[in-house]
Every structure is written in structure tokens, then in C-alpha cells.
Ligand binder design. Structure first.
Ligand code: SAM
Length: 288
């Protein structure tokens, strides 16, 4: 009786995944999305999955796993599980040297080759700051130099971040890294402003096509070859062989002499692919 009175009351935070179910989940996420979930991430995964309990009616994390793996639920719930375990940290003008390189080197080179429409792809776009930064820089360049025109494809595996990206509405603070002239040109108050929110202007939003694309797919159906591919801060979640096959498939989508931008801690060392380093984690596709 006394023991019961002093026993800690049950709380969702005491609910843990069994080791077996964590392994099943980690294998499943690796197979579906290429994302490694080492044991050190178990607490993080449990925290993220608790949000799925209410939605699925599961009482415990292990019951959620049974729900997920019971066959009939795998399709939709798998997408929601992937949404829950992705890491989406991003920023406007993240790694600004890449955008300086665009203005000083890549865009003048493309213009000199008479490229009339620059095709750019943000291949793990998260909530949108990366493709919107690209759009600001490309549009500003075109206005100052009379072209080239541009189109941007922005993709991610996570459908929640894609919804945020499409809306283009952000807390005003997030736009602080945007230089003042670009902020004035491309950021406005939303029609029904909630406190502290701003919105990317419609002209810029309409220059970007958003779509779900899993970098684990065998081929990337992105149409005509891209002049610029940004695939930044996502390879770090994959193991080495997966990183190489992703970069090889990206290369299939890159125009000859097109540019590939990776995140600051990512590299193509040992991949033996026809890419030449031309800047800090910037690579150019060699001519065939
Ligand atoms: C840390 S964010 C990087 C966002 C942006 N590229 C940047 O550098 O700011 C990583 C993004 O990769 C996405 N991602 C993870 N695995 C993926 C996969 N297999 N296919 C496509 N996107 C994936 C995540 O959903 C997340 O939005």
C-alpha cells in the first residue's frame, strides 16, 4: 500500500521502446529513407514518436510499432514515421559562401555560355529557406544583368516540411540573414498576418516547384539536366556507400559543367566520380 502510494505515477515519458522494436524501426527507416538511427538516437526517436501515439490511438510506443508493422498500416504511417524522424534544421543564406560563388562565378559562367534559363534543384529543401535563398539570388542577378531567367525544383522526403515550404510563411526572425535590399524586394506581410510572421512574395514562390522525392529512389525524374544542384546537409545522415550512390544519381541529373553544392561537412572523397572541386564543398561536373 505504502509502496503503491510512493510509486512514480505512469507518464508517457516513462514509456520506452523495447530494444527489439527500436531495431525494427531503425532497419525500416534505413531501408525507406537511408537515414541511420544508431542506438544513441533512441531517446530522440522515442520523443518524436510520442507525437504519433495520439494520432494512431496506440497506448505505448511498442503498441505503435505493432500498428506500424501490421501490414495494413505500413503505407501512410511509414511516411508519417519518416516525417517524424527527419532532422530539418535549415536557414536562409546558410553557408553564404555558396551564394557568393553563384553571383561571382557560376552565374557569369552560365551567362557567358548563353544559358537562357538556369535550372536549379534544391534536393533536400526542408522548410524552404534554401530554395527561397536561391530564388532571391537568381532573381536579383537577373534583374541586375538582364538575365538569365531561372526555374527551381525543390524536393524533400518529408511532406510536413514541404507544406511549410509551399506556404512560404516564416517567423520574421528567420529572415534576419537576408540582406536588406533582398528583404525589401522579396519579403512581405502575409494577407492575414499573425504576430511576427512574414511571407515570401508570390512572384518568387511561383518560380519554385515543390515535390516529394526520396533520394533513396533508383532514379530522380527531374526532367532536363540541372545547371545547379544543392544537396546540402543531408548526406551526413547516410552511410558512405549510400552517399556515393546518391551523388552518382545526382550527377546523372547535372548538366556538363553544372555545379553541385554539398554541406560544409560533406565530401566526395574516395567516390571516384567526374567532379572537380571549384570552391568550398562546390564541385563542377567534368565535360564528358
Ligand atoms: C538538415 S535538413 C537540410 C536542409 C537544407 N538542405 C539546408 O542545408 O539547410 C535535411 C533534410 O533532408 C531531408 N531528407 C532526409 N532523408 C532524405 C531522403 N532520403 N530523401 C530526400 N530528403 C531527405 C530531411 O527531410 C530534411 O528536410
Amino acid at each position: 500500500m505504502i509502496a503503491a502510494a510512493y510509486a512514480p505515477s505512469w507518464s508517457p515519458h516513462h514509456d520506452r521502446l523495447s530494444a527489439r522494436n527500436f531495431t525494427r524501426l531503425a532497419d525500416f527507416v534505413y531501408e525507406q529513407a537511408g537515414i541511420k538511427l544508431p542506438d544513441a538516437k533512441k531517446t530522440m526517436v522515442e520523443g518524436r514518436l510520442r507525437r504519433r501515439l495520439q494520432a494512431t490511438g496506440a497506448d505505448t510506443l511498442d503498441a505503435y510499432c505493432e500498428h506500424l508493422f501490421s501490414g495494413k498500416n505500413v503505407g501512410l504511417e511509414a511516411r508519417l514515421l519518416i516525417n517524424a524522424v527527419t532532422t530539418n534544421k535549415t536557414d536562409f543564406f546558410r553557408e553564404p559562401a555558396h551564394f557568393d560563388f553563384l553571383v561571382r562565378t557560376a552565374l557569369p559562367a552560365l551567362a557567358a555560355k548563353h544559358v537562357r534559363t538556369v535550372r536549379a534543384w534544391s534536393a533536400a529543401c526542408s522548410t524552404g529557406p534554401e530554395p527561397y535563398t536561391l530564388a532571391m539570388v537568381l532573381d536579383d542577378y537577373a534583374r541586375q544583368h538582364g538575365g538569365p531567367d531561372f526555374g527551381i525544383l525543390a524536393t524533400d522526403i518529408d511532406t510536413d516540411v514541404l507544406a511549410t515550404a509551399r506556404a512560404g510563411i516564416y517567423p520574421a526572425d528567420l529572415l534576419h540573414p537576408v540582406p536588406p535590399a533582398l528583404h525589401r524586394a522579396y519579403v512581405s506581410l502575409p494577407r492575414n498576418p499573425r504576430r511576427g510572421e512574414v511571407r515570401i512574395v508570390p512572384r518568387l514562390r511561383s518560380a519554385i516547384g515543390f515535390a516529394r522525392l526520396n533520394l533513396m529512389d533508383n532514379a530522380y525524374p527531374v526532367g532536363e539536366p540541372m545547371h545547379l544542384i544543392f544537396c546540402r546537409n543531408v548526406l551526413i545522415y547516410f552511410d558512405k556507400p549510400t552517399q556515393r550512390s546518391v551523388v552518382a544519381r545526382l550527377l546523372d541529373c547535372l548538366a556538363p559543367e553544372g555545379y553541385l553544392f554539398l554541406g560544409h561537412s560533406e565530401s566526395i572523397q574516395g567516390m571516384d566520380l567526374p567532379l572537380v572541386p571549384v570552391g568550398s564543398t562546390i564541385f563542377q561536373r567534368r565535360l564528358p
